[in-house]
Design a protein around this ligand. Sequence first.
Ligand SMILES: *[C@@H]1O[C@H](CO)[C@@H](O)[C@H](O)[C@H]1NC(C)=O
Ligand SMILES: *[C@@H]1O[C@H](CO)[C@@H](O)[C@H](O)[C@H]1NC(C)=O
Ligand SMILES: *[C@@H]1O[C@H](CO)[C@@H](O)[C@H](O)[C@H]1NC(C)=O
Ligand SMILES: *[C@@H]1O[C@H](CO)[C@@H](O)[C@H](O)[C@H]1NC(C)=O
Ligand SMILES: *[C@@H]1O[C@H](CO)[C@@H](O)[C@H](O)[C@H]1NC(C)=O
Ligand SMILES: *[C@@H]1O[C@H](CO)[C@@H](O)[C@H](O)[C@H]1NC(C)=O
Ligand SMILES: *[C@@H]1O[C@H](CO)[C@@H](O)[C@H](O)[C@H]1NC(C)=O
Ligand SMILES: *[C@@H]1O[C@H](CO)[C@@H](O)[C@H](O)[C@H]1NC(C)=O
Ligand SMILES: *[C@@H]1O[C@H](CO)[C@@H](O)[C@H](O)[C@H]1NC(C)=O
Ligand SMILES: *[C@@H]1O[C@H](CO)[C@@H](O)[C@H](O)[C@H]1NC(C)=O
Ligand SMILES: *[C@@H]1O[C@H](CO)[C@@H](O)[C@H](O)[C@H]1NC(C)=O
Ligand SMILES: *[C@@H]1O[C@H](CO)[C@@H](O)[C@H](O)[C@H]1NC(C)=O
Length: 745
Amino acid sequence: MYHTLAFTGACLSAALVAASPLTSASNSPSNESAIPDFTFPPQNLTNYGNNSLFAQWRTKARFRPSSNHIGDPTAFWQDEEGVFHVSGLFSYLRGPNISITSSIGSALTSDFLNFTDVHDYKNASLFTNSISIGPGNNNDPLAVFDGSVIPKGYKGRVSLIYTGVHFLPISWSKPYTEGSEVQTLAYSEDNGATWIKPDIEPVIPGPPEGFNVTGFRDPWVFQAPQFAKLLNDTPETWYLTVSSGIRQVGPRLLLYRQNDTDFTSWEFLGPSVSTPVNTTFSTGNFSGNDGSNYETSNTLFLDEDGENLEDGVNFVTMGAESGRETHSFHYSLWKMGKFVRNPLNESVMLEDHATGVIDWGIGYACTTMPDYKTNRRLAFCWSNDDFNSTISEQVGYRIGSGGVYSIPRELYYKEIEGVVADDLAAENGYWSVATEYLNTTLANDGIALAKAVGNDTVTLATLGCKPAREILAFREHANHAWTESDFDVDVSSVKSNCSGVEYTKEGGVTRAFIPFTQSPHSRRWELQTTISIPETSLRNEEYEDFAAGFTLLHSSASAPSNYSIDDAAMLYRPSNETFMITRDLALGRDNVNTDPEMGKLRLWNISSTDATGNQTFSIQSLNIRAFMDGSFFEVYVNDVLTVSTHLYYWYKDSTRMGFYLQFSDMLVNSTLETGVRFSNVSVWEGVPNVFPHRPTDPAKLIDNGVGFVEPPNNPNLPLAYDGVGAPPLPPVENLPYGIDLSTVE
Ligand SMILES: *[C@@H]1O[C@H](CO)[C@@H](O)[C@H](O)[C@H]1NC(C)=O
Ligand SMILES: *[C@@H]1O[C@H](CO)[C@@H](O)[C@H](O)[C@H]1NC(C)=O
Ligand SMILES: *[C@@H]1O[C@H](CO)[C@@H](O)[C@H](O)[C@H]1NC(C)=O
Ligand SMILES: *[C@@H]1O[C@H](CO)[C@@H](O)[C@H](O)[C@H]1NC(C)=O
Ligand SMILES: *[C@@H]1O[C@H](CO)[C@@H](O)[C@H](O)[C@H]1NC(C)=O
Ligand SMILES: *[C@@H]1O[C@H](CO)[C@@H](O)[C@H](O)[C@H]1NC(C)=O
Ligand SMILES: *[C@@H]1O[C@H](CO)[C@@H](O)[C@H](O)[C@H]1NC(C)=O
Ligand SMILES: *[C@@H]1O[C@H](CO)[C@@H](O)[C@H](O)[C@H]1NC(C)=O
Ligand SMILES: *[C@@H]1O[C@H](CO)[C@@H](O)[C@H](O)[C@H]1NC(C)=O
Ligand SMILES: *[C@@H]1O[C@H](CO)[C@@H](O)[C@H](O)[C@H]1NC(C)=O
Ligand SMILES: *[C@@H]1O[C@H](CO)[C@@H](O)[C@H](O)[C@H]1NC(C)=O
Ligand SMILES: *[C@@H]1O[C@H](CO)[C@@H](O)[C@H](O)[C@H]1NC(C)=O
């Protein structure tokens, strides 16, 4: 039973507002850059001065360089002291072809709450960056792309095997210039602060003979006792994969084996993952699409606690290119199954039992790192900025910075017990069936096996993904925390008790925003909660447009009615099993991407035994942890669905938060069950500054005057930049004004 809402007071007179088109203030071009004013509607973002938006959407609790651009997470490792080396592809905002300057920048941390740039800020003339390796020698003349680390590698030193770039551009959509990408090696004598390039040839000079590749990069090095067993190698043997694809045939992960003790020679064994071009594993769209080229692939062995090289279930993660029309044609995928000996060659190949999406939003190039102390696998996903593509490069200069990483995520093998063995569980998707602990099979086969022995439930197996446990400590940095009372609502109660509720009605669909008793004052918070929805609404066309969730940020109630508004929500839409993040933002489509993010989430029918020994059934709820930090928003649901996105709010005070319910006219007078229960709602506002050692003066953080990285072969000195050949910088108008980072909450 759902009790009705006890609203007090009268209906708001302005409660029913017609959806109005988003309007912008005058965009009249002028020779002077406008000064952003976050109390008035926004202009065309390109009207504002360089760096004038430096602080507006900046994250505070995420890995990012002080300025310029960060791309793929890469070259992660944990040193002997247990310190994590977090790094990524760093490049200057020097368009049009910024990857020309691509290098690797790094920071150190032990707890993900406190990062230290590898090159610190003590010497004012050297503060500029945290680069540990840049392009410039014979093996990497144009750019450094992703690599991975062997703690005791070349001559016993910590070593990085990475992609050196010889020709640009490189894209799955363009013909591949032979020799564009080689795998090459560097080592370090200062614990990874700088990497030395020995005078050797690339360790893998090109793709295997006869392979017409779509790409050949992102080497991933790992030990794999399970491979060693299949291939009769010693258990310490190192393997390496290169992410790739064969043109028109499909994406491939190419497996190599260490061929000498210095890691300078690698033997090609065969593809360890082969997928036909443009494959969709799940007909219900629970698995994304493999497209035509893999990138940033990791091979993992996981159990319920994290890493287990000996007995862990086999997983592969990958960025898949070309099989998606949105998100720069990118899907972030994973596969689980079993590596088996390939009878045709000297290799192993993955028998695919399930394919899923690691991050359904803008999160991409997800890359992992071990924590040897706790046997965990930690992943970071990268999110690029998300402005309207016609102006995004120009907007980059207005911000002076681009790209951000997720919080660290723990990846693990996850079992879901007691799932009713029905046709829904038998579909291909992001789940397989566990036949016993750490042994899985294709869902359809597993259901058949269960039925054959008279079982009416199964244990499903999937990739678990949750915020790293360290992130709980963010809550200790909150300056304000509260809970909201549990809240039960249905379509009729929300209609008849309208006080405080703000309705928007459009095309026969009502959207109800029910503000919390209090809201944050900033966009830096965590929201934790549970939502339960009626079972009958799942996969039911009668519930078209029925959805429940939370408004994440909404314009102030006192905003003038002719202002465009900021309004973003996360919601679950049971009729098509879709979790969505909507972003109707004041900046509008001309400035930012306002398309909703969507991920597919199946809520399972779970059997359990009650106290009297009777079997009962109930569908899963949505257990949510959602994190906002500047414009960056990431949400975790039931440890199986993750979505990252940007919510580019404009106004200072568009911070209102609340419950959200959406329904069609059809449901209003129907007798269908629409009761939704929101429970355990907690908000922690305020996050730590994870770069406490950086200057707070933006002028010291914004690096506007550097050129190409010109590293010597042994860059144990701070790297020097001479600007030779650099494209001209955009004019330094009004650099930077009105920014006081100490006031950034
Ligand atoms: C802007 O610059 C152009 C060219 O330099 C000049 O002709 C024009 O008068 C300027 N406009 C304003 C509003 O200053
Ligand atoms: C915004 O300004 C840029 C650069 O001046 C221009 O290319 C773009 O068309 C403008 N957008 C709109 C919607 O006017
Ligand atoms: C961050 O870590 C550094 C290096 O370990 C340490 O010196 C510093 O005290 C830490 N800062 C905070 C705020 O925890
Ligand atoms: C590779 O592509 C080239 C040019 O498209 C073609 O001539 C050649 O036959 C292809 N090779 C293989 C092994 O498919
Ligand atoms: C695969 O999909 C891409 C993107 O839609 C398309 O360009 C390509 O032609 C497809 N390839 C094949 C072999 O169907
Ligand atoms: C592997 O090492 C052997 C022995 O040194 C050598 O003959 C062979 O060419 C190497 N293979 C590759 C692929 O480098
Ligand atoms: C895993 O389960 C399959 C199917 O039941 C079985 O054939 C196989 O032997 C099992 N593997 C292990 C390692 O137990
Ligand atoms: C059937 O259920 C039993 C008891 O839960 C379980 O041990 C067994 O693995 C199940 N068999 C299959 C094929 O699902
Ligand atoms: C679910 O339905 C909504 C409304 O029709 C639609 O916008 C969305 O694309 C659907 N989601 C998926 C994943 O198909
Ligand atoms: C980007 O902005 C232009 C106007 O400058 C607009 O025509 C276009 O539709 C926008 N793109 C998207 C995807 O909204
Ligand atoms: C348990 O099941 C039995 C048989 O169906 C039924 O008679 C009994 O009432 C049930 N007990 C409870 C507590 O629901
Ligand atoms: C619902 O019922 C009321 C009262 O009978 C009626 O006025 C209203 O038009 C109906 N609404 C819809 C959407 O059918």
